[in-house]
Design a protein around this ligand. Sequence first.
Ligand SMILES: Nc1ncnc2c1ncn2[C@@H]1O[C@H](COP(=O)(O)OP(=O)(O)OP(=O)(O)O)[C@@H](O)[C@H]1O
Ligand SMILES: [Mg+2]
Length: 250
Amino acid sequence: MQENFTIEFSHVTKTFGTHTVLDGLDFKIHEGKITTLLGFSGAGKSTILKHILGIYHPTDGHVKVLGHELVNMKEKEIRQFRTNFGMSFQYSALFDSMTNFENVAFPLREFTKLNEEEIRDKVLSLMEQVGLEEHAFYKLPSEISGGMRKRVGLARALALEPKIMLYDEPTTGLDPITTHMVDNLIMSTHKRNAHIPMTSVIISHDIAATLRISDYVAFLEKGRVVEHSSVEEFKKSKNPIIQRFLELSR
Ligand SMILES: Nc1ncnc2c1ncn2[C@@H]1O[C@H](COP(=O)(O)OP(=O)(O)OP(=O)(O)O)[C@@H](O)[C@H]1O
Ligand SMILES: [Mg+2]
């Protein structure tokens, strides 16, 4: 079977002053799969996400996303190109003064020509997709629980039917039950959008969840991906640091 890659890093080096964060990184992310990126704090995981989004450009090497090199794009093109991405942050980053409904409607108003009725239908269907209860629709984000805010953030991220979902520590700081709920939501969202096909990239410190919900795992160390394999292969890794990571999660 031919493998397709949505995102390709080729020999990417990123330096800030004299500090080399990515060091000749080669990394290809499989289309339509869930890939989780693991690594110590400061290893460069968020830096990788910022390259995917075109917020950072490589000092050396190339990053291709959906066949495009973002470095060649003008700011306006990049803005349009980013509609291919859905971002989910550690804190849901909702607009505090807008209702949950308006938060989800926001990208539709900004980037589509849908009329009010179409927007309403779309928002309601997104809310249903992420399991948001009706009583929450017209409240403010501050009036609902953290778990519910996660659902609103995810609905907003999904509004433009992104080809790539990026999650930067989606469950850090949540209680175990909400964490489990969010992990399941990531998985069900991924499956529901298999027709796009959706590629999901997660940054996580939660090994147990990573092994449960991912197709592929990549481990980042000293600016390079030192292991990139299916979950089954990853569990059998001979790399001592990865073994230690796995032991600590048992
Ligand atoms: N704009 C910047 N200017 C200078 N240094 C930066 C910049 N962005 C990132 N770095 C440095 O790059 C390194 C990697 O940061 P990054 O945020 O990618 O780590 P991370 O793997 O996401 O860590 P964490 O798990 O703590 O979130 C850090 O040492 C950070 O200080
Ligand atoms: Mg980070």
